[in-house]
Write a new protein. Structure first.
Length: 438
């Protein structure tokens, strides 16, 4: 940040201030000074804004902490034709996201200090959103030898995961949970029992009719049940990623009632879509874990509404056309999601399952708390990472307008509500819809 940016004061006036971490919902203003929030409240600037302060008029729109997306595949280094830290940052900014947690499965696996530092350095050079790297649980994501949790934590790893590879060996998972506990580190699991998860879509009648190999819901449930037992055994901190089944949600619900240190997230496609989206062999709806039945979709929605599911993450997984426009069984898993995370999450608010503050918490303060990141709040002294948005503005999703290099989304033409108007990181505007060309 330049000296000018460090010294700049910016007044965000005529705003509806929303802070899910404190329950704040009030008309008022916010002052940023350099990278930090200096003051906020309903009485701020009632007598006018002093000279020398840059004024940003919010025109009555919502001002909230910037979003934190806790599950993003960056593709850099190694697959820059699919996505880069720069293009992912631009897409995130357009989606109101100010911080992303980068999964460790680029071609240079984030299993040592050099790889973790590379991602952090490239993010600083991009000067867009903040990037927090995960460390790999095991060397080269092979599920065998544990990485140096303590050293990687010291150099910025916010948690440990083998990304889309389940840590299948129970003894290795036990050791990982015990080792991570030493550093109060979090283990994030892709919960699929791999010997049951060799298919390409949800197991059941539709898969049989389409002649495709299915992945039964029990692949997820069994892995979550096993891991919960290992959490009981070790006392470690455990997070189940992209939960998609009613059975797994119930297992986690019961584990929480027993006081275990267990959290989980899901992605928008698991509460907005079901397995019917893959009919006609639509590879843009091929994800891992797969889109499930309508009853599972409803269970995910209910799990968000009752607080069992702690966060929503995009699971942004960009692929080029050549990787997706293939026969269904050969096509890659994954969809892009940085620019649709917020409007799709807002469905919980528009369908009256949650309040606006409760919905915001799922993409701000709750994932920040899980990962131990200083984000997701409008507190004085906190980073001035902000989003200004209109929660009610309707539109149809058009992937061709995405800033992401890849356009692999199943939400083409999907009706949504909620437009990001401005995104601010450390007091700097990195996205402004008023000047955006898309």
């Amino acid at each position: 940040m330049s000296k000018q940016d460090r010294d700049t004061k910016r007044a965000f006036i005529n705003a509806r201030l929303l802070d899910p971490s404190t329950g704040l919902d009030v008309k008022g203003a916010l002052l940023s000074e350099g990278e930090k929030i200096a003051d906020l409240g309903p009485q701020l600037f009632k007598g006018g804004v002093p000279s020398g302060i840059e004024v940003i008029d919010c025109h009555g729109q919502c001002l909230a902490p910037g979003l934190l997306d806790m599950r993003v595949h960056l593709r850099e280094p190694g697959e820059e034709h699919k996505e880069t830290i720069v293009t992912a940052g631009q897409a995130a900014a357009a989606g109101g996201i100010t911080s992303i947690a980068a999964l460790p499965d680029s071609s240079s696996v984030l299993d040592d200090v050099a790889a973790v530092e590379y991602v952090a350095r490239r993010a600083r050079e991009a000067k867009m959103v903040k990037v927090y790297p995960y460390g790999a649980i095991t060397r080269n994501l092979e599920g065998k030898e544990l990485t140096e949790f303590g050293l990687l934590t010291e150099f910025g790893a916010v948690a440990f995961t083998d990304s889309t590879k389940a840590l299948a060996n129970a003894q290795t998972m036990r050791r990982a949970l015990s080792y991570a506990k030493t550093f109060n580190a979090l283990i994030v699991q892709h919960p699929e029992e791999p010997t049951l998860a060799g298919g390409v879509m949800n197991g059941g009648e539709i898969a049989t009719r389409m002649g495709l190999s299915g992945i039964p819901v029990h692949a997820e449930i069994i892995m979550v049940e096993r891991d919960i037992r290992l959490v009981e055994m070790t006392g470690g901190r455990y997070h189940a990623a992209h939960i998609s089944t009613a059975g797994a949600i119930d297992v986690i619900r019961q584990a929480k009632k027993r006081g275990l240190s267990v959290t989980c997230d899901t992605a928008p496609h698991y509460f907005c879509l079901n397995e019917n989206s893959v009919l006609d062999y639509r590879t843009f709806a091929k994800v891992s874990p797969p889109l499930r039945s309508e009853s599972d979709r409803e269970a995910v929605f209910a799990g968000l509404a009752d607080g069992t599911i702690d966060a929503i993450a995009s699971d942004h997984s960009p692929h080029d056309q050549d990787s997706k426009r293939l026969p269904f069984a050969q096509a890659e898993f994954g969809i892009v999601g940085l620019e649709t995370l917020f409007p799709l999450a807002l469905q919980l608010y528009h369908k009256k399952a949650l309040s606006l503050l409760e919905t915001l918490a799922l993409v701000t303060c709750k994932p920040a708390k899980i990962l131990g990141i200083a984000a997701g709040t409008l507190a004085v002294g906190s980073p001035a990472d902000l989003v200004i948005f209109n929660p009610d503005s309707p539109f149809f999703i058009d992937p061709e307008k995405f800033r992401s290099k890849s356009k692999n989304s199943p939400f083409t033409g999907f009706p949504a509500q909620g437009k990001v108007l401005r995104t601010v990181v450390d007091g700097r505007t990195i996205y402004d819809r008023a000047t955006d060309q898309n």
